[in-house]
Write a protein that binds this ligand. Structure first.
Ligand SMILES: [Zn+2]
Ligand SMILES: [Zn+2]
Ligand SMILES: [Zn+2]
Length: 112
């Protein structure tokens, strides 16, 4: 499956909308996409990576805190790992609310 040409970064997922909600996470606040360390491609969630990637996922390590690896689906800003993890569930650029429930899945994407 090809990358989604609507976005300004390499991004794909299952049933992705314009603010990068996907088939798995579709609430108002599920607007974050995460770049995976293994392939450098943004996916809305780990289940999208599992469905579409042909390899096992890799997480960002503790040394990768400055890596721009989170994309706000509302304004398109790319956030460094650290900026995202300390954002208080809001986009530092446009103030869009992020889903606080994502915190429970944090260890799927980041070694923290
Ligand atoms: Zn990957
Ligand atoms: Zn998904
Ligand atoms: Zn934003």
């Amino acid at each position: 499956m090809d990358l989604d040409s609507r976005f300004d970064v390499p991004l794909r997922g299952v049933d992705v909308d314009d603010e990068t909600r996907c088939a798995h996470y579709r609430t108002d606040r599920d607007v974050v996409a995460i770049k995976f360390a293994c392939c450098g491609v943004y996916y809305p969630c780990h289940r999208c990576h599992e469905a579409l990637a042909d390899h096992d996922p890799e997480r960002w390590g503790a040394d990768d805190r400055d890596e721009p690896a989170v994309r706000c689906g509302v304004c398109g800003a790319e956030l460094a790992v650290d900026a995202y993890l300390t954002s208080g569930h809001r986009c530092p650029d446009c103030d869009a609310p992020f889903n606080p429930g994502c915190e429970a899945h944090r260890s799927l994407y980041f070694e923290v």
